[in-house]
Design a protein around this ligand. Structure first.
Ligand code: SAM
Length: 247
């Protein structure tokens, strides 16, 4: 996977992503990451990349020319049409299935906005996908791009090592993950659930599955509709919630 990030703050991207698991995958050559500084492509003598909005109003708008030329500096040296993701609170909200789908691409270009956003004409010209990371407004698209790159990369074979498997993670099967515990067995009078110490793998799996169902029903009931759940499990959730409501 080749990631290209068009940004006014390239250090933020490279500093943020060259650590831990994603940093290791870049070093291993499973991923490549290039942060392209949009400012390097401005034709303005003073290095300007933004200007006042036509029609008035607060803030500045990133101009089309430097963004387009920065994008073309990538497009002219690769032999395919990459997906170009503009990070914006106005986009489709990012989720795990989108991460899985994007993980199949050969390369992705991310465009990070700043200030009031980017001149609409260059978005019309180059962007294939508009994506939001949630219903709130950040100062720039760098953190959203990093979130997307991290989530997409975890879906690429070779990025996670065996002991970091994504299989059980939340959303993997449409449910939230079960609770996790580590040493010691008792901490501040709180005990690890006995079943996890039993050594009976079938019972541990059954308990974890039950916990996933309960957590999802309590915290994110909206996920249950599309999750892969047997009729018996649906019955279990119904009874669990009915019992709880009676208490
Ligand atoms: N004026 C824009 C609006 O109301 O839609 C918001 C601009 S925001 C202050 C500056 C930049 O941050 C955006 O261009 C976008 O790249 C990024 N951004 C902010 N919030 C975001 C979110 N929730 N998801 C993705 N990108 C976001």
């Amino acid at each position: 996977m080749e990631y290209y990030v068009l940004t006014l703050f390239p250090d933020m991207i490279t500093d943020g992503l060259h650590t831990s698991i994603i940093g290791r995958a870049i070093e291993d050559g499973v991923l490549s990451l290039e942060a392209v500084n949009i400012r390097d492509y401005t034709l303005s003598k003073h290095g300007k990349t933004d200007d006042y909005p036509y029609g008035g109003g607060a803030g500045m708008v990133m101009q089309a020319q430097p963004v387009y030329d920065a994008f073309m500096s990538i497009r002219n040296r690769i032999d395919y049409n990459p997906r170009v993701v503009y990070l914006t609170p106005q986009g489709k909200v990012f989720h795990q299935d989108m991460a899985k789908e994007l993980a199949l691409e050969k390369g992705i270009v991310f465009l990070c906005g700043h200030y009031e956003g980017v001149d609409e004409r260059v978005l019309d010209e180059i962007v294939t996908d508009e994506v939001s990371i949630g219903d709130y407004v950040l100062t720039g698209g760098e953190l959203p791009a990093m979130c997307m790159i991290d989530a997409i990369s975890r879906m690429i074979p070779g990025v996670l090592h065996n002991n970091e498997s994504a299989e059980d993670d939340s959303f993997g099967d449409g449910l939230l993950e079960f609770p996790q515990y580590s040493r010691p067995e008792i901490w501040r009078d709180r005990k690890v659930p006995a079943i996890l110490l039993s050594g009976d793998h079938a019972k541990v799996d059954a308990w974890r599955r039950e916990q996933s169902l309960i957590r999802t029903a309590e915290r994110r009931p909206d996920l249950l509709e599309n999750a892969v759940i047997s009729p018996k499990e649906r019955d279990f959730i119904r009874k669990y919630l009915a019992n709880k409501n009676e208490l």
